[in-house]
Design a protein around this ligand. Structure first.
Ligand code: SF4
Length: 920
């Protein structure tokens, strides 16, 4: 027992991003009634020293029993025909059935007719068991992870240049660097706790240089001393031009290059023509900015690069990673304090999947399935004669193979491909064609669920026990704080029980053991595969983690601590110990804009959401910062196209179309558009990934999710229905399902939660046909409202409705429908703001009437922790003229919690208009 914790507390790790923050989880109650009542940052955890961002700080709210239980899968469910309803069945029967289906498929069509698609949110032990199941029992390399969508270019970049997939730097290097070089990373939103560390470093050393390379002016770019707003996909051109300038100026470290690397002359030749003037043209940034970036990178160091999906999610992601790492090798900015390339992992345990080799082109312990010696080593450890040699299918290829009928049975665990893969219409069509789909999942209602023949309920944070590895190679324990609800089971245990059953039906695959008595035993077997490897974990038992806390790898047997940074001796895990330069030329994005689709669509995260929202979607407060799916355009682009902020537009790519409200955003250049990656079909009809592109990087096979060519035109959907209302917490999940059922054939439909302590939903529908009588009634019923009890204004001839309900002196429910298009929309937004902001009501009747009332924009929450809106901040500055950030924070408390909003608060304070008091 940890003496610093009380009996009802356990240390664990945040289940969201790759920063890997330590948490302390406090629970109350007994047995099934036990619940999480508090999650706070662990002051002893070296990744966060007690800090959490908005997402981590609201983890306890994801555990509110009344919200969580109805949204969980609680027992195995099977359907025996595509259109039949699923029926409940026992675990034994479910796994027997699955084993029979997989075994029959393998017998008839071969091992590569089945596949496993898992997740960067699994624990390392889960990953390991799935990998062993796929390769040693099913006999296929068709096991891939959704980490393919976020990290595989980083993997390929490291392997190609440094010899192994090992991030060489660590978070402490942020404190020691002279130059921080962010490339394709909006860490302020995607890795907020690291950004707090960057802010600390700047306060401690005001001369620290911060360079941000990003097409958008993100919150991270806002902090930068130098922002290079390059055109999408031109990173390699920029990095090559920086190297060109470094060579010209004599800023490269010739001694380091000669002593520790190979291949520099080829790269030197490749960048000969990549002048800063050429790159300025290609990248769309000033020559001076390129020269300054090169100078700071090479001379203001030590230089630490922090990079993420902007480099990885690209059809040239490996080349981007390799070119950036090449800058570190050329300047000797690696293997010393404050220096090195440090890829930031998106998911909490993408690293665990890479380490255990649970991707089609990897084997455990940084081994390679195309290498016979590597296959033999793993086969011996697993007790089987051999492992399959045929290359496995990576994520996009895997679902293409399902669509083509080459993969017939697919097992999906802890991920939602119909939301997250590019070209989701094609993914949905593929799954509809599959012979047998197993979905192992904690949450009900994901976009993938309708395609599952067999649903298996999995446990999730905070019910699971195991380990995760964060971006700096630090292994942390995840500890169970609660029992799993219903019949939900740990992912590793489900995979192991299935493997045992599949072995019975596949006698040749009986050698491998799957009889572990817990995840600790899985960990011990796994770390045995790492002995002598670059990621040696052989000395890192769970006892060590218990005694000494989270540790970085390598941690070989006999070590007393992990290693903070790699390659300090200049030796790399290649055959000759030398790192390799890659000399890839710059290649344009796979899908260039053209006359039909003239805009570049960029995608990315929003601040408070996590992936598809299965978990963050349970906390309405986390939607307040970005309350509605939208397509962002530069204000000048909005004006040029004659769009009004908020109006509905149809966005179309070569793959599909969807309709969204359009918003002006000062973060973008003209010719660019942005949509948040989180808005799957669970939140907005169609989902954003029906637009995105599956073009693959040739090495990493990572798809180009960050860029597609699109067209945008005004949507001809004059009939609008908006309904907004509070619902009791115990009806939150049921209301969501009922409202989603109302999406029907509407041209645009979205359903989003709002609220802090209370919760409610906003449904928006737009159609080219009148909604009729039945739909408004169904919508009201979904909110638990009897239309007969509502205050109603109705213009039947024009199909206009205003239905309202008040409670406790405030508007509690409003439904607005009609053919007034934007006028109805304005009226709906006024009523929506009245409900959401719980404005005290003077007269309910005054809210009734025809459309056309002035739009009152709804305040947007900036600080989620305290609940402070943009209107409050702007109002305070306008009233007081106060522009000192600390004074505004002292008055309103915004940005005093997790700090994720601090950059935005500072911007609002700086930009707020102030009343001219001389004329007042
Ligand atoms: Fe969780 Fe936020 Fe820390 Fe990421 S930065 S691990 S989301 S608390």
């Amino acid at each position: 027992m940890d003496a610093t914790l009380s009996d009802d507390e356990v240390r664990s790790t945040c289940p969201y991003c790759g920063v890997g923050c330590g948490t302390i989880v406090r629970t109350q109650g007994e047995g099934e009634a036990r619940r999480v009542v508090e999650v706070r940052g662990d002051p002893q955890h070296p990744a966060n020293f007690g800090r959490l961002c908005t997402k981590g700080a609201t983890l306890a709210k994801t555990q509110r029993v009344e919200l969580v239980r109805p949204g969980r899968l609680l027992s195995p469910m099977l359907r025996t025909a595509r259109d039949a309803p699923r029926g409940r069945l026992a675990w034994d029967d479910a796994l027997d059935h699955a084993a029979t289906r997989f075994a029959d498929c393998i017998a008839a069509h071969g091992p590569d007719s089945v596949a496993f698609y898992v997740s960067g949110q699994l624990l390392t032990e889960d990953y390991y068991v799935f990998n062993k199941l796929a390769r040693a029992v099913a006999g296929t390399n068709n096991v891939d992870s959704n980490s393919r969508l976020c990290m595989s270019s980083a993997v390929a970049g490291y392997r190609r240049t440094l010899g192994a997939d090992a991030p060489p730097a660590c978070y402490e290097d942020i404190d020691l660097a002279g130059c921080l070089f962010f490339a394709g990373s909006n860490a302020a939103w995607a890795h907020p706790v690291l950004m707090r560390r960057v802010e600390d470093a700047r306060r401690a050393r005001p001369d620290l240089k911060l360079v941000v390379v990003d097409p958008r002016r993100t919150d991270t770019a806002e902090l930068a001393d130098l922002h290079l707003a390059i055109l999408p996909g031109t990173d390699v051109a920029l990095f090559h031009a920086m190297l060109h300038a470094m060579l010209w100026e004599g800023w490269v470290d010739r001694a380091y290059i000669d002593a520790h690397t190979e291949g520099f002359e080829a790269l030197r030749a490749a960048v000969r023509d990549c002048t800063p003037a050429w790159a300025a043209e290609v990248c769309g940034v000033p020559v001076e900015s390129i020269l300054t970036a090169a100078r700071w990178f090479a001379t203001a160091g030590p230089t630490l690069s922090l990079y993420c999906q902007g480099l990885n999610q690209s059809s040239s992601g490996t080349a981007k990673n390799a070119a950036l790492i090449g800058l570190h090798l050329a300047t000797g900015q690696i293997g010393r304090p404050g220096a090195g390339p440090l890829s930031l992992t998106g998911q909490p345990n993408a690293m665990g999947g890479r380490e255990t080799g649970t991707m089609a082109n990897l084997l455990p312990g940084h081994r390679d399935p195309s290498n016979a010696a590597d296959r033999d080593a793993v086969a011996r450890h697993w007790g089987v004669d051999s492992l399959p040699a045929a290359p496995g299918l990576t994520a996009v290829e895997l679902f293409e193979a399902v669509g083509a009928g080459r993969v017939r049975c697919v097992w999906i665990a802890c991920t939602n491909p119909v939301q997250s893969l590019p070209d989701t219409e094609a993914v949905a069509a593929a799954l509809a064609r599959a012979e047998f789909v197993v979905l192992q999942e904690a949450y009900a209602g994901t976009a993938t669920e309708p395609f599952a023949d067999l649903l298996l309920p999995a446990s999730t944070w905070p019910e699971k026990s195991g380990t995760v590895t964060n971006s700096e190679r630090r292994v942390s324990r995840v500890r169970a704080a609660l029992p799993a609800p219903g019949e939900a089971r740990a992912d590793w245990a489900i995979a192991a029980d299935f493997a045992l059953r599949l072995q019975v039906r596949r006698p040749a695959a009986r050698g491998a053991r799957f009889d572990w008595d817990g995840p600790g035993a899985v960990w011990d077997e796994w770390r045995g595969l790492t002995a002598g490897r670059d990621l040696d974990l052989s000395g890192l038992s769970w006892d060590v983690l218990e005694r000494d806390g989270p540790q970085q790898w390598p941690y070989p047997a006999g070590a007393s601590a992990g290693r903070a940074r790699l390659y300090e001796d200049g030796r790399f895990p290649t055959a000759d110990g030398r790192a390799r330069f890659a000399a890839e030329p710059w290649r344009a994005v796979a899908e260039a804009p053209d006359a039909r689709r003239p805009l570049r669509l960029l995608t990315g995260r929003t601040r408070d959401a996590w992936h598809g929202g299965s978990r963050t979607g349970l906390v309405p407060q986390l939607f307040a910062h970005d309350p509605e799916p939208s397509l962002q355009l530069a204000p000048a682009e909005l004006e040029r196209r004659g769009f009004v902020d908020g109006e509905l537009v149809e966005v179309a790519s070569r793959r599909g179309a969807l309709t969204l409200p359009v918003r002006g955003s000062g973060t973008l250049r003209a010719g660019q558009a942005f949509v948040s990656m989180h808005w799957g079909p669970e939140w907005v009809s169609g989902g954003v990934n029906r637009l995105t592109l599956g073009a693959l990087d040739p090495v990493s096979k990572q798809p180009e999710l960050k860029h597609a060519a699109i067209s945008v035109r005004r949507a001809a959907l004059p009939y609008r229905l908006t309904a907004v209302g509070r619902v009791a917490p115990q009806h939150h999940a049921a209301a969501r399902e009922a409202l989603r059922a109302c999406f029907g054939a509407a041209g645009h439909a979205s359903c989003l939660p709002f609220g802090r302590e209370e919760s409610g939903w906003t449904l928006r529908l737009a159609s080219d046909e009148p909604f009729g009588e039945a739909l408004p009634q169904a919508v009201a019923a979904a909110f638990g409202r009897d239309p007969g009890t509502l205050l109603r204004y109705e213009d039947r001839r024009r199909g206009r409705l205003r239905w309202l309900a008040a409670e406790g002196g405030r508007l509690d429910f409003a439904l607005v429908a009609g053919d007034g298009g934007e006028a109805d929309e304005a009226e709906a937004r006024r009523l929506q703001a009245t409900v959401v902001e719980a404005t005290p009501l003077r007269s309910l009747a005054a809210l009734l009437g025809p459309a056309g009332a002035a739009d009152t924009p709804r305040a947007r929450t900036v600080c989620s922790c305290v609940g402070v809106t943009d209107r409050q901040i702007l109002g305070f500055v306008a009233r007081t003229g106060e522009r000192r950030l600390d004074a505004v924070q002292a008055a309103l408390s915004c940005g005093t919690g997790c700090g994720s909003c601090r950059i935005e608060v500072a911007r609002l304070v700086a930009e707020a208009p102030v009343a001219d008091t001389r004329t007042a």
